[in-house]
Design a binder for this molecule. Structure first.
Ligand SMILES: Nc1ncnc2c1ncn2[C@@H]1O[C@H](COP(=O)(O)OP(=O)(O)OP(=O)(O)O)[C@@H](O)[C@H]1O
Length: 642
């Protein structure tokens, strides 16, 4: 069989079309090896450019070492242009590979080296195995190769290619499956890293008050828009070049096509340490054509600058603090945004700690009542009588000990804003009747009075109970249920939110460091992996607590597996937790490390409790103030910013 005469042989379609492409591009069928296209400098440059890819691939390629040695195969990582960046495998196999230049710096595109797994997988954008004589060039027909393309987790563009090659006799039928699995593992590692970087980018942007959220476009480290403020969106919509409301990709090459407001001088890089994690562009004031909605908003925002924050009138996206992009959370956010603008009660359902109050606040912030107060009441926390007067207030002489002149309740306090009734399922039946009346008549009657006081209150309620079942069982009034539950939003448990666990963990790590004045420490890949596998019965609250505790206790520059509570590490088949228990007594280095952590926690508690009065904190700890200074420095504990 020869590669250069496709008409004479019966080959798989995929091979036939590849051979045709080779013939069209004039590949020499007698070729013996791939061309080397890189000097050392150029290879270094290509490797730098593919730094993220190589970093994600290295552990995966390392893990495959035993399989490769056993099967006499080698693993090859190529860039999206088919140039080999790295190889893994035993010396003998790699020596064989060098004969055909299956080595760093060689070009394995179809156009350069004929039909082969690397070039053909890139041409097809799909995994492929090329067996022996299916190769186009004579010199490679002793080999069998399997390759899969590695895609960018965000836009699925090809980032590279993972190939497993061996002399045909040794090549194993499982190689294609392994190539696909390894490429998938590299993609997952890239996805996790991408999420981590994006979380840090958004965190950096949100934490910087110089940037008006309405007027910015945030680009990721590859120049892709991550977040577009409303004003910027309007401007994009306004463009006549049909770009719609999508922000352009910010690349050097795209320079000429970028709109005026996106010129280089308007783009500010965002760094995390020394690494550039993205860019931000502030849309110039007054430039875009504004429609009525935006004008109204701007006027509101200007008025709000002098007003109080308590009203929750935010000039940022009220949902920005609701972290998570998983499909169920996005769905909940979309419904919440829609309902925020309509004056109807909203019922938030979901297990404890899923963010019902976070959503309630965001709904308030995005509602026309945003400038009014947000008042929260937990209906499960108060006895029946207290709850009645707490909610509806009481008149003078309503009961023994009642205040002169009476007291307004939370309904009156929330007038013009939002009342958040948490655990509404715990509300006694007779109070439910009272609540329904207030909702229907938009007026409240204080306990012990007959006078009606008009109130304009937006009600957001929450429960972890199955209210429909409670209605059936007679524990909850059907009329109230139908009044509040038609517009309900179900918040998924954390375990159903996939990659949100990573986003939330990074967010909480940054927030905890900020709150305690500590150096920012992000969870390591291993820690994130473990967090992702935990089932989180306490949902987001539990995750927040775990990360906050780890942030305070860790001494390294990352939150590592060892910093996570044993209950979470126990997930790792129990081995990790058992290891931790054993090592705490058996491994002196680790024991010292834990002692250190305990000391850091004690110091942090003392300085926090003494309101950062170091003389008092030192006294509390029974150490000299100079020793306290030294220890604060050593543990990297800094006073929180006000
Ligand atoms: N999507 C989210 N993004 C950021 N923080 C969140 C999110 N969801 C929850 N949290 C945080 O988790 C903690 C618990 O959230 P929240 O109190 O809103 O939950 P809940 O469902 O109202 O709980 P419960 O039913 O016990 O009252 C809070 O610290 C909150 O800030």
């Amino acid at each position: 069989m020869t590669g250069h005469d496709p008409a004479l042989v019966a080959v798989r379609d995929v091979i036939g079309s590849s051979w045709r492409r080779c013939l069209e591009t004039g590949v020499d069928p007698a070729g013996r090896e791939a061309p080397m296209v890189c000097s050392d400098d150029r290879l270094g440059m290509l490797r730098d450019r593919a730094e993220d890819l190589r970093r994600a691939a290295a552990p995966v390629m390392g893990d495959a070492r035993a399989f490769l040695a056993e099967t006499g195969t080698m693993m090859v990582l190529g860039d999206p242009q088919g140039v080999v960046l790295d190889v893994q495998g035993d010396t003998r196999t790699r020596d064989h590979g060098e004969v055909i230049r299956l080595m760093p710096g060689a070009d394995w595109t179809e156009a350069a080296s004929g039909t082969n797994a690397i070039g053909t997988a890139l041409a097809l954008g799909a995994p492929v195995q090329i067996h022996a004589v299916e190769h186009f060039c004579a010199g490679i027909k002793q080999w069998t190769c399997s390759a899969a393309v590695i895609h960018d987790p965000v836009d699925r563009s090809p980032l590279g290619v993972l190939d497993i090659s061996g002399l045909s006799g040794s090549h194993n039928a499982h190689c294609l499956a392994l190539a696909v699995t390894a490429a998938g593992q590299i993609e997952s590692r890239l996805a996790r890293r991408e999420l981590d970087i994006r979380a840090r980018l958004i965190e950096a942007v949100l934490g910087d008050s110089r940037w008006p959220m309405d007027s910015i476009v945030v680009f990721d480290h590859r120049g892709r828009p991550v977040r577009i403020g409303d004003r910027a969106r309007l401007l994009l919509k306004d463009r006549s070049d049909g770009a719609g409301n999508r922000a352009p990709v910010l690349t050097d090459q795209a320079g000429n096509r970028l709109p005026d407001w996106l010129r280089a001088e308007r783009v500010e890089p965002v760094f995390d340490g020394v690494r550039r994690i993205g860019s931000i562009c502030v849309v110039p004031q007054g430039r875009p054509h504004l429609d009525g909605t935006l004008r109204k908003r701007e006027i509101g925002a200007a008025g709000g600058a002098a007003g109080t924050r308590e009203g929750g009138a935010a000039d940022t996206d009220p949902f920005a603090g609701v972290i998570g992009d998983s499909p169920p959370l996005l769905k909940a956010k979309a419904t919440a945004r829609r309902l925020a603008g309509v004056d109807v009660p909203v019922l938030l359902t979901g297990p404890t700690g899923t963010g019902k109050e976070v959503f309630a606040r965001a709904i308030h912030g995005a509602s026309p009542a945003a400038r009014g107060p947000f008042i929260a009441v937990n209906c499960g926390a108060l006895a029946r009588d207290l709850l009645a007067s707490e909610l509806f207030g009481y008149g003078e002489g309503a009961f023994t000990g009642a205040r002169r002149g009476g007291m307004p309740g939370k309904f009156e306090a929330a007038d013009g804003g939002t009342l958040f009734l948490d655990e509404i399922g715990e509300m006694p039946l007779e109070l439910q009747a009272h609540l329904l009346r207030v909702l229907e008549q938009a007026s409240v009657v204080r306990v012990g009075e007959v006078r009606e006081r008009p109130v304009r209150v937006r009600l957001v309620a929450a429960t972890h109970r199955d209210l429909a079942a409670d209605v059936t069982a007679g524990r909850f009034r059907g009329d109230l249920y139908f009044r509040i539950a038609v517009t309900s939003i179900d918040l998924p448990p954390l375990g159903a939110r996939g990659a949100d666990i990573v986003r939330l963990a990074c967010h909480f790590a940054a927030a905890a460091a900020h709150r305690h004045g500590l150096v920012r420490r992000q969870p390591s890949d291993e820690a994130l992996d473990m967090l992702t596998r935990h089932d989180w019965p306490g949902n987001v609250r539990e995750l927040r607590n775990v990360i906050e505790q780890a942030t305070i206790l860790t001494l390294g520059d990352r939150i590592d597996l060892a910093d996570l509570p044993p209950a979470i590490r126990a997930l790792n088949g129990g081995a990790d937790a058992r290891g931790a228990a054993v090592s705490s007594s058996a491994n002196p280095a680790e024991a010292v490390c834990r002692l250190d952590q305990t000391e850091a926690a004690a110091i942090l508690t003392a300085v926090t409790r003494s309101g950062w009065n170091l003389t008092r904190a030192a006294r509390r700890l029974g150490i000299a103030k100079s020793t306290l200074y030294e220890k604060l420095h050593r543990h990297g504990i800094r006073r929180p910013r006000p």
